[in-house]
Ligand binder design. Structure first.
Ligand SMILES: [Zn+2]
Ligand SMILES: [Zn+2]
Ligand SMILES: [Zn+2]
Length: 353
């Protein structure tokens, strides 16, 4: 991967989230609601005015994995403790698994390692047995996908259900935790047969319920989880995604360092002229911020890709078709459409955001 120079463009996130304590696990702005569009399905919408610059969502990942080249020597790993997720663990300062499963697993302190014991115990044997063979035979992408699934299952097995899941305002019917994961869009019917066949093979070979992975789900349930994960996972990048118009000179969002599944953030649809930016904070939480004044009734969208890339209509639509399996019909795309362009879009967003 190419070398990226990181520069700081803005204040650290905690300074921008007025009145929301850092310990707050999840938060949604009271004016951000879930609604259902007859064509696009589930979406986020403003019930009342949301001023520019407002933090509208803080969502903790239900599962997160590091995505780095050469993890043994890479200083960009995240802490494996899902309550921490601290980034940029130096080689000298991090702790590895005592069972030597894989170099991608590390903790920033013994406190984090101890706190993460039950969750990591769930994945450790699986990682030790299958990580290398999967990487060699299927490649890094499929390994990452399977590891996210294992971490989803690990969280499901080990995360205590919060006594009060309703840190969100009571008027919000948004589901959280495993219930939120179960409600994500995506099923075998939304993916090409060949893709589903390949995932079925992977489930059979590597994700069956058993002593190595005691999750108690059927193969079909795990396959369904893959279909959901692939339609809803986020890539994590050091800088904001979705600044529009893009800053000049063009500065991209940087190199991906993690992938994660967020139960609430996953509901946001795409626009090439989004009214929210998104960026992970230093704890791996996904933060949505209003990048414009959002009027009552307007849909709240993010950009699924780096807007400093794929700038013209053809390139944007091609990228979205290839990576997310839909033809974008956002205001910007429609306004730039030549008269003869046909509208054959499907509403299903897919793959890493
Ligand atoms: Zn930590
Ligand atoms: Zn381990
Ligand atoms: Zn568009």
């Amino acid at each position: 991967m190419s070398q990226v120079v990181y520069i700081t463009l803005e204040e650290p996130i905690p300074n921008r989230i007025d009145g929301i304590p850092k310990t707050q696990s999840d938060w949604i702005h009271p004016n951000l609601i879930e609604s259902v569009d007859p064509v696009k399905g589930r979406q986020l919408r403003a019930s009342e005015h949301i001023p520019k610059g407002t933090c509208v969502l803080i969502d903790h990942p239900y599962a997160i994995i590091p995505v780095v080249d050469d993890p043994a020597t890479n200083d960009d790993l995240i802490c494996s403790n899902s309550a921490c997720n601290r980034r940029s663990l130096s080689q000298s300062g991090r702790l590895s698994c005592s069972n030597s499963c894989i170099a991608d697993v590390s903790w920033c302190s013994s406190t984090c390692r101890d706190a993460d014991k039950a969750r990591h115990d769930f994945e450790c044997t699986w990682l030790k047995r299958y990580a290398d063979p999967i990487r060699k035979k299927w490649g890094e992408y499929d390994f990452g996908m399977l590891w996210v699934i294992v971490r989803l299952l690990a969280s499901r097995q080990t995360k205590p259900r919060p006594q009060n899941e309703n840190v969100l305002p009571t008027s919000q019917p948004l589901k959280h935790g495993w219930a939120g994961i179960e409600s994500l869009c995506g099923s075998v019917d939304t993916w090409p047969h060949e893709q589903v066949r390949s995932w079925t093979t992977l489930v059979k070979k590597y994700l069956q319920n058993g002593p190595v992975l005691p999750h108690g789900l059927s193969a079909d349930q795990v396959l369904h989880l893959i279909c959901q994960e692939e339609a809803n996972s986020f890539g994590l990048y050091p800088r904001e995604t979705g600044i529009y118009p893009p800053p000049q000179p063009l500065v991209g969002r940087g190199e991906q360092f993690a992938a994660a599944v967020y139960p609430t953030a996953a509901m946001a649809n795409h626009s090439c002229v989004p009214n929210m930016t998104h960026k992970p904070d230093e704890d791996g939480r996904m933060i949505f911020t209003a990048s414009r004044d959002i009027l009552p009734g307007q849909e709240c969208c993010i950009s699924y890709f780096d807007l400093t890339k794929h700038t013209d209509l053809t390139s944007r639509r091609e990228h979205l078709r290839k990576s997310f399996k839909f033809t974008c019909q956002c205001d910007r795309c429609v306004s730039e459409e030549p008269a003869e362009e046909t509208n054959d879009w499907t509403p299903m967003p897919m793959m890493d955001i």
